[in-house]
Design a protein around this ligand. Structure first.
Ligand code: AMP
Length: 393
């Protein structure tokens, strides 16, 4: 058991430090306020959107002065992204209780160690091989086959740093695209999974080893970026059980504290793990209104040694991501059961600027509300696959 953190002052009000001040930090602050928590943030961007809600230290994550000022007065530290420089995480862990554990960050920062750990733990994964040179890429393609995907091992996100190899002619093109990055971030070749569905399981483990997970979520991506999430995903008891077992196995192996997401491909009745995110996750945003305790609340509860809240759902929920710019708020809010989240970020092409969650009592009601929202906001293509899956029966 990892002991609960000691408080830095005698007010009895814990202060949580968050490395990163984006929308995930912002939603942690919003979830922590009713628990009576205070927050401090560190981010290199002076306009980091969580800074609208909590004190922000502006500085690089590995700048000693910025870290010293950030750590002053905080009781625990956590992260809103996984690419935290290892020395910064270690420096923090030397004086403060840090969650999740630095090992979880290290594993998830490198697709090769992540997939190797999954395999070691008996969590199925697609075929993969480390690639450092063009010769190694040819050898890996010969073993793994085509189609396959060449990815950067480190610092890739939202489908960035990936090249899909569809034919033998693509091998050279994939190397030209990503090869120059190989010395710095490493590369991995993965077998392409012709999945039927993308799923994720969001789970939490607390300091005493208590584990819980939210119902399985189904996700739709566009150009590698999450577009919509639906919960509960309609999945067989066998699939639900497997997802739960894989998440629990991973949490225990890493002695995890906090919330994490495990992204899965469903293929012919089996689940293959794609990656884990050692933090609250975009595909768990629906938990804010769709379940009793949200992923943000349970992340904080887990890290502070408080009992975990119930992950039971309140009905059906669908989250839609807003990329680039926010749609019209007034139009959207006319749809009953809609919850609006504007992250307070400046519009920029492709940027995650907000999301909406629609809640309903039945799949049919959720489908009807989604259609109404899609028509009102001219987002029919975004809601269409979710509506189709709800109507499939
Ligand atoms: P990632 O950055 O690994 O989460 O990948 C982003 C998206 O690319 C995933 O959500 C999938 O839609 C797709 N993708 C990634 N890896 C694979 C794979 N091995 N097979 C099929 N699709 C993949």
């Amino acid at each position: 058991m990892t002991p609960a953190p000691d408080l830095q002052d005698d007010s009895g009000i814990p202060t949580v430090g968050v490395l990163g001040g984006g929308q995930l930090a912002r939603m942690l602050v919003l979830a922590g306020a009713p628990l009576g928590l205070r927050f401090k943030l560190l981010d290199p961007a002076p306009d980091a959107c969580a800074g609208q809600l909590a004190p922000l230290t502006v500085g690089a994550y590995d700048a000693p002065d910025a870290l010293r000022s950030f750590v002053e007065g905080i009781d625990v530290a956590t992260f809103d992204f996984e690419n935290v420089p290892a020395p910064a995480a270690e420096w923090l862990a030397a004086t403060r209780s840090v969650f999740p554990p630095p090992r979880a960050l290290a594993v998830s920062q490198d697709r090769l160690s992540e997939k190797s750990l999954f395999r070691e733990l008996g969590i199925p994964v697609t075929a993969f091989a480390a690639v450092d040179t063009l010769d190694e890429l040819h050898a890996a393609v010969a073993t793994i086959g085509i189609p396959s995907i060449l990815k950067t091992r480190r610092l890739g996100y939202d489908g960035k740093g990936q090249y899909r190899i569809r034919s033998a002619e693509d091998v050279q093109a994939a190397w030209s695209a990503l090869g120059p990055q190989a010395p710095e971030v490493g590369l991995i070749l993965e077998g392409f999974v012709p999945f039927q569905r993308e799923l994720s399981i969001i789970a939490a483990r607390d300091r005493s080893g208590e584990f819980c997970a939210w119902p399985l979520t189904r996700n739709w991506h566009v150009d590698g970026v999450l577009s919509a999430s639906l919960a509960p995903a309609r999945a067989s008891a066998g699939i639900r059980e497997k997802a739960m077992t894989y998440a629990r196995t991973l949490a225990e192996a890493l002695e995890y504290v906090g919330v994490f997401a495990l992204e899965l491909f469903e293929h012919d009745g089996e689940l293959l793990a794609n990656e884990m995110a050692p933090r609250v996750h975009n595909s768990g945003h629906w938990t804010i209104e769709g379940s009793h305790a949200s992923q943000f609340e349970n992340h904080l509860r887990a890290g502070l040694g408080l009992p975990l809240g119930s992950t039971a759902m309140r009905g059906q929920a669908c989250m839609l991501n807003w990329l680039g710019a926010m749609p019209d708020r007034k139009t959207a809010l006319a749809v009953p059961g809609l919850h609006w989240h504007d992250y307070g970020k400046r519009p920029r092409p492709g940027r995650k600027v907000g999301h909406a969650t629609l809640c309903a009592d039945s799949p049919a009601e959720l489908a009807a509300k989604l259609e109404r929202l899609g028509a009102a906001l001219d987002r029919r293509a975004q809601v269409a696959p979710v509506v189709a899956s709800l109507r499939d029966g």
